[in-house]
Write a protein that binds this ligand. Structure first.
Ligand code: AKG
Length: 189
């Protein structure tokens, strides 16, 4: 269920976006942050460029130099119950989540405007550690239509439909360290 009150304007959020607060409790959040911080996180690689956020991919990773998905380490056991919980909330078949990205945003780090790669279908994202402004924009003639979701720590969102295919999203530099876990399903033929 999208919670329109969370958007800065009193307009509805992008169609196909669902959001819920308190998807996990604080103890689970602490445990997940500890596990992500202990991963061998690497700066995000866009071919020859490097982003400031640090990531670890499981299942698959998109290789920007080769411009294709390559296999990554299997999704670790500690992430599987959460993937199943996300699928149940999103009403997706069990086992649909095939790619997981763990991300660390240090203070002052964000992520630029983008849409996730077309190889993936539904995108679910768990926020950990601190809130962020999860911004959306889509082109309308010569202007941008914009929305901002205030994504709280321990919240989960799902992007599908227009939110996934028409709107771009970005996160401006965060004010306190934030982690996220992004769960992705694969496009079905
Ligand atoms: O950190 C997040 O919640 C969003 C991550 C994201 O948009 C991405 O990795 O493509």
């Amino acid at each position: 269920m999208t919670q329109p009150g969370l958007f800065a304007e009193s307009e509805a959020g992008p169609a196909g976006l669902r959001y819920t607060d308190n998807f996990i409790d604080r103890a689970v959040e602490r445990d997940l942050i500890g596990r992500i911080a202990a991963l061998p996180l690497q700066r995000f690689q866009f071919g020859a460029f490097e982003g400031n956020r640090r990531v670890a991919s499981f299942g698959y990773r998109y290789d920007y130099a080769l411009q294709r998905l390559t296999e990554a380490e299997p999704i670790p056991d500690w992430l599987l119950p959460l993937a199943r919980q996300g699928e149940a909330w999103a009403r997706l078949p069990e086992g649909s989540v095939r790619q997981v990205l763990c991300t660390e945003y240090e203070v002052g780090v964000g992520i630029g405007w983008h849409r996730d790669k077309p190889h993936f279908k539904e995108i679910l994202g768990l926020s950990l550690g601190s809130p962020c402004k999860f911004r959306f924009r889509r082109r309308h003639g010569d202007r941008w239509e914009r929305r901002t979701l205030e994504a709280l720590p321990r919240s989960l969102y799902m992007m599908d439909g227009e939110a996934r295919s028409q709107w771009e999203h970005s996160i401006p530099p965060v004010g306190a360290r934030r982690y996220s876990i992004t769960f992705r399903t694969m496009k079905r033929a």
